[in-house]
Write a protein that binds this ligand. Structure first.
Ligand code: FES
Length: 168
C-alpha cells in the first residue's frame, strides 16, 4: 500500500471520528433541552419549632445562622451573617437595655452584635455602626405554619426592622 493511500485512509478516519463526536455532542445538547431546568437548591422556608419553645429574649439557631427574638407573644428574626464577608456575628447582651425608635415605634435593644472576623459592630436591631460591614443585618419574615403551628422563617424574604409576628 502506498504511503499516500495510508495517509488518505488516516485522514478519512480522522474526519469520520470528528463528525461522530460533533453529532454526539449535538444529540446530548438536544436531549438536555428536553429535561426541565429544576433547581435542587435548599428550600428557603425552614421550620424552627413551636413558638412556646422559644425563651423570652434571644435564641441563636446555628443551622440557620439566625437570632430569634421573643417578647411575650411577639417574635422577630435577625440574620447572624455579617454583611461584610459573611462570618457569623456574635450577640452580646447590653449591661442596660436601650430604646431606639424605628418607624415611629419604640424598640427595646437588649443586645449588640459583633463580628469576630474584621470587627464590624451592629446595634441590637442589626444596624451596622462600625467596621467594614456595608449594611445592616437582614431581618427575615416569620410566620406560623398552618399545619403544625411551628414558627417558620423565610430566608429569601427580607423584611423591615419594624416587622413583628404576633402569635395568638
Ligand atoms: S466578615 Fe464581618 S467584619 Fe468582615
Amino acid at each position: 500500500m502506498s504511503s499516500s493511500k495510508n495517509r488518505r485512509d488516516f485522514l478519512l478516519k480522522l474526519g469520520t471520528g470528528a463528525g461522530m463526536v460533533a453529532l454526539a455532542a449535538q444529540a446530548t445538547a438536544s436531549l438536555r433541552s428536553l429535561v426541565p431546568n429544576v433547581s435542587y437548591d435548599a428550600p428557603t422556608t425552614v421550620k424552627l419549632g413551636p413558638p412556646g419553645e422559644f425563651p423570652d429574649g434571644l435564641k441563636f439557631l446555628p443551622d440557620e445562622r439566625l437570632f430569634v427574638f421573643r417578647e411575650g407573644n411577639t417574635f422577630y428574626a435577625i440574620s447572624a451573617s455579617c454583611t461584610h464577608l459573611g462570618c457569623t456575628v456574635r450577640a452580646e447582651a447590653l449591661s442596660k437595655a436601650e430604646t431606639k425608635t424605628i418607624e415611629g415605634t419604640p424598640f427595646r435593644l437588649t443586645h449588640k452584635f459583633m463580628c469576630p472576623c474584621h470587627g464590624s459592630q451592629y446595634s441590637g436591631d442589626g444596624t451596622n455602626v462600625s467596621g467594614p460591614a456595608p449594611r445592616p443585618l437582614a431581618w427575615y419574615f416569620l410566620t406560623v405554619s398552618p399545619d403544625d403551628g411551628q414558627l417558620v422563617v423565610d430566608l429569601a424574604r427580607e423584611v423591615g426592622h419594624d416587622f413583628r409576628l404576633t402569635v395568638a
